[in-house]
Every structure is written in structure tokens, then in C-alpha cells.
Design a protein around this ligand. Structure first.
Ligand code: SAM
Length: 218
């Protein structure tokens, strides 16, 4: 992540085009589209790879992980339906891009990452671009009980099942977006916790994610 954080007219133009593509694919939330147009995605790439930052594709970020495809980021964020001031937990910090989008939407963002190298990079980099995100090192299956409950939880890796601990850490009225399945594709799943703590589950199409991995010691 050594792009020196310069955002040129060319970058801005490429970003505008990318947002048009995402819009054509069906994303309509004004706030999500604005956040994606405002936030330079190339800041999250190493300087040798800047040309890839404005393609609508996932890209390797090291440690066998990826920064998600921009359309997927937009889709998950739109489904999450974040309101200003809400407390949001992201599982899978990766590059920090998704966390920064949530910050741009006015959320109080907590993010958790199990790969130490990625955790350290994101923790150091996000404040440099003015994004206040509480980045934690740990296993996202456990959530962050010390900071729960959350208005929103966003899981950015493919989970084999819906972790009970994350559901527990949702506020009544809260929402969680999580891609679920162990196969090649995951089903984008929206979990809504009702006021009486009952759960409503709806599904929103197939996506492809790197897996939500278990404890490192296993
Ligand atoms: N949100 C990221 C971004 O904006 O760059 C992309 C996330 S990447 C598709 C998935 C991330 O989840 C990886 O960084 C991976 O290390 C992390 N991950 C996988 N299993 C995890 C777990 N149990 N707890 C926390 N993070 C996990």
C-alpha cells in the first residue's frame, strides 16, 4: 500500500466509470454509489497494481486473500442498509476498503481480521486516509462481544454456516449480511433480528468469496 494516496483526475474519471458500471448492474442506493465514487479504491492497492483498481474485479491483496469485486462491495453494502451513526461490525477487514466505505456512510465501524499481516496493514493505513475504523485482530466467528450489540454486521468471506455468536451480537432490529455455503458459490443471506429477537432470513443470489476460516491453531 504505497500509492502515496494521490487521487488524480484520471483516477477520478476511472472511478466515475466504475460507478456507472455498478449502477447498470442494478445498484441504486445513492449513498452507496456516492461513497464508492468518493473513496479512491487505488489507495488500497500496492503502487505496482494501480491500473487494476478500477476494474470491476476482485484482486489479490496477499496472504491468499482478495479485495472484493466493487459490485459485490456495493451489493453487500446496499443490502446492509446502513444509517448514519450506526454501529457496524465487519468480519474480514482484508485491505480495509469495505470498512472505509462503511465509514464514508457515517457508520461507527469495527472490523476484525484473522491474518496478522493484513490486520497490521489496514490498521496503519486507514487513519492515513482519514478513516476512523477500530480494527481488531482475531477470529470473526466470535464477533466482538466486548463491543456488542451492533446495528449491522457484514461478513465479507464465505461462511459454511451462520455463526450463532454473530446473530447474538445483533441488536433487536439489526441486520446481518453474510454469504453462506461451503461450495464454489455462496448465497448472499440477509438476517434481520426482529424486536422480539426472532430471526427472519432472506436470500439474494449467488456470489463467490474466499472462505471464512476457522481458528488459526486448528
Ligand atoms: N472486506 C475486505 C476488503 O474490503 O478488502 C475483503 C475481504 S476478503 C474477501 C476476506 C477476508 O476475510 C480476508 O482478509 C480473510 O483473511 C478474512 N477472514 C477469513 N476468515 C476470517 C475469520 N474467521 N475472522 C476474521 N477474518 C477472516
Amino acid at each position: 500500500m504505497t500509492s502515496n494516496f494521490v487521487d488524480t483526475f484520471r483516477h477520478k474519471g476511472l472511478r466515475k466509470k466504475l460507478v456507472e458500471i455498478i449502477k447498470k448492474k442494478g445498484i441504486s442506493s445513492k449513498s452507496v454509489l456516492e461513497a464508492m465514487e468518493a473513496l479512491p479504491r487505488h489507495f488500497f492497492f500496492d503502487s505496482g497494481f494501480l491500473e487494476f483498481a478500477y476494474e470491476d474485479k476482485a484482486f489479490p491483496i496477499g496472504e491468499g486473500q482478495t479485495i472484493s469485486q466493487p459490485y459485490t462491495v456495493a451489493f453487500q453494502t446496499e443490502l446492509l442498509d446502513v444509517k448514519k451513526g450506526q454501529k457496524v461490525l465487519e468480519v474480514g477487514t482484508g485491505s480495509g476498503y469495505q470498512a472505509a466505505i462503511l465509514f464514508h456512510l457515517g457508520a461507527k465501524v469495527y472490523s476484525i481480521e484473522r491474518q496478522r499481516v493484513l490486520f497490521l496493514k489496514a490498521k496503519e493505513m486507514l487513519p492515513k486516509i482519514g478513516c476512523i475504523v477500530k480494527v481488531h485482530f482475531g477470529d470473526g466467528y466470535n464477533g466482538l462481544p466486548a463491543f456488542a450489540p451492533f446495528d449491522r454486521i457484514l461478513v465479507t468471506a464465505g461462511a459454511p454456516y451462520i455463526p450463532e455468536k454473530l446473530v447474538e451480537q445483533l441488536k433487536p432490529g439489526g441486520k446481518m449480511v453474510i454469504p453462506v455455503d461451503e461450495n464454489d458459490y455462496q448465497i448472499m443471506t440477509l438476517i434481520t433480528k426482529n424486536a422480539d429477537n426472532s430471526i427472519k432470513v432472506s436470500t439474494h443470489g449467488a456470489f463467490r468469496f474466499v472462505p471464512l476460516l476457522g481458528d488459526k491453531s486448528q
